[in-house]
Unconditional design. Structure first.
Length: 324
C-alpha cells in the first residue's frame, strides 16, 4: 500500500480520538512523518507528533501556516461532532460547528498552501439516512439524512466534494464509514457503551441494562478503517471528488452483536438485561438497516475489511484488560 513521500508529512485532525489515533498509527507504520492536530494531547503520542489545534476556533491563516511549516501534503480530517458525554445527541449548533464550519475552515486553509494536498475526509454512512432493508449503501444511493448529526456530516462532506470539483488544487475524497468497532472504543459508540457495562459486570456483578434496537447495522473494525484511510491517501488512487463507502458489507442485528460481545468477554447470559428502545429511537442516525456496498471500496481503493466482527470484539475486550 503506497504512502505519502518520505519527506512529506501527514496531518491527522482529531488524531487523538478513537479513529484518529488508529489512523495516526497506520501512517506511522508505513514510515510516514505523522502529526496529530487536536485540542488535547494523548499519552500514547510523543510530543513531536502532536500540535495543539482546535479546528473550531483556529484562524484559517494560522492553520495554513502550521500545515505549510510542517510540509504537510496529506491531511486527514478525523474530527467528529460527537462527545463522550452526549454522544451524537447534541444541539444542532454544536454539531454544525465541528462538522460544517470547521470543515470549511480546513478547506480554506488547505487552499492557501503553495502545493497540492490530498485531503481524506472521514464522513459517515449516517449521511444516507434511513433506507429500505436490503439496500446496499454506496454511490448509487441519494443521501437523505433525517437527524441533526447526519445532516451536519452530510453538509461537511458536500463542502469537501464541492471544493474538489471547483478547484484544481483540492484533491479530496470522502469516506462514508459504517459503525466502527474495535479496540479502545469511544465511550460515545455503542460498542464503547457495551464495553463499559460489561466491565462493570466483571467488577461487581451488576447486570448490564442495554437498550437493544430492532435494527441491523454494518460494523467495521477501526483498524480496517485506518487502512482504508491510508489507501485513500495514496497518490496511486484516482478518487478525487469521490465519496466512497467503507464497511464490512454485513448487516448484523444489534441483538446478535450484544450476544457476540458478551460471549467474547466470557460473560454469562445473565450479564445482560436487554430493553427495547423507545418509539423512533435511532431513526435520526440510520433507521433500522445499514449495509455497505463493499465492491465500491475494493474497486476504487483496493481495500476491503479483513477483521471479523468476532475478532474485533475479542480484541476490544482484551485491550481493555479483560480476560481471554
Amino acid at each position: 500500500m503506497s504512502q505519502p513521500g518520505a519527506g512529506d508529512a501527514v496531518a491527522v485532525l482529531g488524531g487523538t480520538g478513537w479513529v484518529g489515533s488508529h489512523v495516526h498509527a497506520a501512517f506511522a507504520r508505513g514510515a510516514s512523518r505523522v502529526l496529530s492536530l487536536a485540542r488535547h494531547p494523548a499519552p500514547h503520542l510523543p510530543p513531536d507528533a502532536f500540535r495543539p489545534v482546535d479546528l473550531t476556533a483556529v484562524p484559517t491563516r494560522e492553520l495554513a501556516r502550521l500545515l505549510r511549516d510542517e510540509g504537510v501534503r496529506t491531511v486527514v480530517n478525523a474530527t467528529d461532532g460527537a462527545n463522550a458525554t452526549d454522544g451524537w445527541d447534541r444541539p444542532e449548533e454544536a454539531l454544525r460547528r465541528t462538522n460544517v464550519t470547521a470543515v470549511r475552515r480546513l478547506l480554506d486553509a488547505v487552499a492557501l498552501l503553495p502545493w497540492p494536498v490530498r485531503l481524506v475526509h472521514i464522513g459517515t454512512v449516517h449521511e444516507f439516512g434511513p433506507v429500505p432493508r436490503g439496500t446496499l449503501l454506496g454511490g448509487g444511493v441519494e443521501p437523505r439524512p433525517t437527524g441533526s448529526y447526519g445532516r451536519s456530516k452530510l453538509d461537511g462532506s458536500r463542502a469537501v466534494l464541492d471544493a474538489a470539483s471547483a478547484t484544481g488544487r483540492m484533491d479530496a475524497v470522502v469516506l462514508r464509514v459504517a459503525s466502527v468497532c474495535g479496540p479502545h472504543p469511544s465511550p460515545a459508540s455503542f460498542v464503547g457503551h457495551l464495553l463499559s457495562a460489561f466491565r462493570r459486570y466483571a467488577d461487581n456483578g451488576a447486570p448490564a441494562r442495554i437498550v437493544v434496537a430492532d435494527a441491523a447495522r454494518d460494523f467495521v473494525d477501526v483498524r480496517d478503517v485506518a487502512d482504508a484511510v491510508v489507501a485513500a491517501a495514496s497518490p496511486r488512487r484516482q478518487v478525487r471528488g469521490r465519496a466512497v463507502t467503507i464497511g464490512s458489507g454485513i448487516a448484523t442485528p444489534v441483538a446478535e452483536l450484544v450476544t457476540a460481545f458478551r460471549c467474547a468477554a466470557g460473560l454469562p447470559p445473565g450479564a445482560v438485561v436487554e430493553r427495547p428502545p423507545g418509539p423512533g429511537a435511532g431513526m435520526g442516525l440510520g433507521g433500522d438497516w445499514v449495509r455497505t456496498d463493499v465492491a465500491e471500496a475494493e474497486r476504487l481503493l483496493g481495500w476491503r475489511a479483513r477483521i471479523s466482527l468476532d475478532r474485533s470484539l475479542r480484541d476490544t475486550w482484551l485491550a481493555a484488560g479483560g480476560r481471554g
